[in-house]
Design a protein around this ligand. Structure first.
Ligand SMILES: Cc1cc2nc3c(=O)[nH]c(=O)nc-3n(C[C@H](O)[C@H](O)[C@H](O)COP(=O)(O)OP(=O)(O)OC[C@H]3O[C@@H](n4cnc5c(N)ncnc54)[C@H](O)[C@@H]3O)c2cc1C
Length: 357
């Protein structure tokens, strides 16, 4: 606990992000083994002020924070990135009532998230007196069962509308039993159903179409690879500790190190471009799309080199590489990756194959 007599502007080293990250890393094996939501880690981030600070993280200052948490635990990094995304959406598009909902959740020590993925019909919104009714289901909802006010997307009049529904209702069903994933086991990524859940107008977030608005939707994906970059940093450090004095192993390590450096530079530049005001939105989308594809290739190179160099023990718990590699392999599965590469290629091909400086 932070010493209550300390004035709020006096930093407490025990609650600096680096100290919190060490504790998250120490607890990561237990979170993975229990496949349980990392409540202590989130509480630690709340106490450190990191959860509340998201409201002010409006530029690429978020990069080292995302990577530091990702290096400690990709599971916690994923949850933090979802929270940051929700806060940014509320800041950008929300009115006073929506931002009040977000502020109240943070004050209560809860994180938020963004639940957009769906299979089949997804969620539909129907206008009712004083608000909307939500019907249908979402899949892959991280933090399901813990997050109370997620940003949920729903189709409305042929477009997409965001809501901040209160999930404390018998009209909401949460199924975590389906989350038996190889990695990211503590993210509590479940399916959520809505059976006529009423959402008042005060919990509508933004306007129709805001969710996918360019460049914030595609461009904002730099934050996902910033979290994953932390995992690459950690895996490279663990790999370096185990590197054999052997030229074949060193050659694989060099390939991994090159991929790591390329990924690091690409993430940093994607963050800079995406968060530079007045940049060309189309170019941001194309750049971040390319960065996502390049990052995936680099990460797969690092995973393969690490597994081959370290060998079988990298597949066996409690070796930390086992967990880090499983988490990364799972979290690398992201939406539209091939389509993103294709979009970047088409954009570049029409412009001589280069981005502007
Ligand atoms: C740990 C974790 C937590 C997550 N948490 C959340 C969350 O909180 N909220 C949320 O909204 N989502 C969440 N997701 C889900 C995420 O947003 C994606 O929906 C999911 O990761 C997609 O992965 P996928 O490999 O099934 O991708 P898909 O997009 O289904 O792709 C699978 C394959 O099909 C191909 N493909 C897909 N569509 C086409 C097409 N039209 N034509 C040709 N090929 C196609 C792709 O190229 C790829 O090869 C989470 C995912 C993970 C891993």
């Amino acid at each position: 606990m932070r010493n209550a007599w300390l004035p709020s502007d006096v930093p407490d080293p025990d609650h600096a992000l680096e100290a919190v990250a060490v504790r998250i890393w120490q607890r990561a094996a237990a979170v993975d083994a229990a496949a349980a939501f990392p409540a202590k880690d989130i509480a630690d981030l709340v106490t450190s002020g990191t959860i509340a600070a998201c409201a002010d993280l409006l530029d690429d200052n978020a990069l080292p924070i995302l990577s530091t948490i990702g290096a400690a635990s990709l599971t916690v990094g994923r949850l933090f990135e979802g929270h940051l995304n929700a806060v940014k959406l509320a800041n950008r598009y929300g009115d006073a009532e929506a931002t009040d909902i977000v502020a109240a959740e943070i004050a209560a020590g809860r994180i938020l998230g963004v639940w957009n993925a769906e299979r089949g019909g997804g969620v539909t919104a129907t206008r009712i007196d004083g608000g909307y009714r939500l019907d249908g289901g979402k899949v892959h909802c991280s933090g399901a069962g813990t997050i109370r006010r997620p940003v949920v997307t729903a189709s409305l009049n042929g477009d997409t509308q965001m809501f901040l529904p209160d999930l404390v209702s018998p009209r909401v069903g949460i199924d975590l039993a389906i989350w038996r994933a190889a990695g990211m086991r503590g993210t509590a990524t479940g399916s959520v159903t809505f059976d006529g859940l009423e959402v008042p107008d005060a919990a509508v977030l933004g306007s129709l179409g805001d969710y996918y608005r360019s460049p914030w939707f595609s461009g904002g994906a730099w934050r996902v690879i910033a979290v994953q970059l932390g995992a690459l940093d950690r895996i490279m450090a663990l790999h370096a500790d185990r590197l054999r004095d052997d030229p074949v192993a060193r050659a694989r390590f060099a390939a991994a190190a090159g991929a790591h450096e390329a990924a690091r530079l690409h993430v940093r530049e994607a963050a800079r471009r995406a968060e530079t005001p007045n940049s060309n939105p189309e170019e941001i989308d194309a750049y971040v799309d390319l960065a996502r594809g390049t990052f995936e290739t680099a990460a797969l190179t690092i995973i393969e080199a690490t597994r081959r160099n370290v060998g079988l023990s990298s597949f066996i718990a409690p070796d930390p590489l086992d967990r880090c590699l499983r988490d990364l392999e799972t979290y690398l599965r992201q939406p539209f990756l091939d389509a993103s590469r294709d979009h970047a290629a088409r954009w570049l091909a029409a412009r001589g194959g280069r981005f502007s400086a």
